[in-house]
Write a protein of this length. Structure first.
Length: 298
């Protein structure tokens, strides 16, 4: 069967950001800056680098700032264009507005879990494979994580999930995959035959956690529609993927790069420092600043 291209990506952005309060009292957590841009912009860039043409934001109440960010900002651009020396920043601002018609915004009206959020994009995705990128996770590397997954997808088709090793004492915080019998769990592309959401350590089938990047076939939607609540009493994407595995192939990509979980304030700090240090232009200066701070507070 021909492998259908992945053109659309779903970004679930309806979550409250309670772990980052009060910073997120009046701005969406996805708009928190990670070094030089909002976290969500890093994720959108990752999707675009992988060839995604249309982004579906699954939003909720008080998330309007995200829509504005990816729109053009006429007054701002006009004002910058009239000021000398602002050409570079004007270009950067312009680059954040996504082409007309390449975004959709739909709402998840109640917080029923990740599986439910993805289901909210069903009509916009239609009958084609699609990507899901969780904006709580940023992945830094030479080549974007989703692009690496696309490379594998174009070879094997089916469903692909990014995974990364995690210490066994933290497996209960993630979805965890089980490599298929005979699969080489150290290779970059691993066939899998089971997955489980937030297992207790003694029941985890491996130390390979699901990292928040997925390429899925549209048959997932019918399963999400009938999916009962799972871990945390939420409709879990992992549970529907586990059911889809009875009919379709699932592979895991062990991506090259580092993932930053932006779930709480210390993790934001880590991500910001990581992105600043990795920045070609500003990395050396960032190191100087951080070393200076370490000296001051040691
Ligand atoms: C979600 C997924 C989980 C995955 C994690 C990655 O969990 O359900 O499988 O491992 O993202 O960050 P959450 O962090 O939303 O509880």
């Amino acid at each position: 069967m021909a492998i259908k291209p992945v053109r659309k990506a779903v970004l679930p952005v309806a979550g409250f950001g309670t772990r980052v309060l009060p910073a997120t009292k009046s701005i969406p957590k996805e708009m928190m800056p990670v070094f030089d841009r909002p976290a969500i912009d890093h994720v959108v860039r990752e999707a675009l680098e992988a060839g995604i043409e249309h982004i579906v934001f699954v939003t909720g109440r008080n998330k309007g700032a995200i829509e504005d960010y990816f729109d053009s900002a006429y007054e701002l651009e006009d004002s910058l264009s009239k000021r000398a020396g602002k050409e570079a920043i004007l270009e950067e601002v312009r680059a954040t507005s996504l082409p007309a018609g390449s975004t959709s915004f739909t709402r998840q009206q109640s917080a029923k879990g990740l599986g439910h959020a993805v289901l909210c994009a069903k009509d916009i995705i239609g009958d084609e494979p699609f990507a899901v990128l969780l904006p709580d996770v940023l992945v830094q590397g030479e080549e974007s994580c989703l692009k690496q997954m696309m490379g594998h997808y174009n070879e094997v088709g089916g469903n692909i999930i990014a995974v990364d090793e995690v210490p066994m004492e933290r497996v209960h915080k993630y979805g965890v995959i089980k490599p298929a019998a005979g699969a080489d769990a150290s290779s970059q592309l691993i066939k899998m035959d089971a997955m489980v959401e937030k297992p207790p350590r003694e029941e985890a089938p491996s130390n390979l956690k699901i990292t928040g990047r997925y390429i899925l076939q549209p048959e997932i939607f019918a399963l999400l529609e009938t999916q009962g609540a799972g871990a945390g009493n939420e409709i879990q994407l992992t549970d529907s993927m586990e059911r889809l595995m009875a009919e379709q192939d699932f592979y895991a990509t062990r991506f090259q790069g580092h993932d930053f979980d932006c779930g709480d304030k210390m993790l934001y700090l880590q991500a910001t420092a990581g992105y600043a240090l990795a920045d070609k232009e500003n990395g050396a200066k960032a190191r100087e600043i951080l070393e200076e701070l370490l000296k001051r507070y040691s």
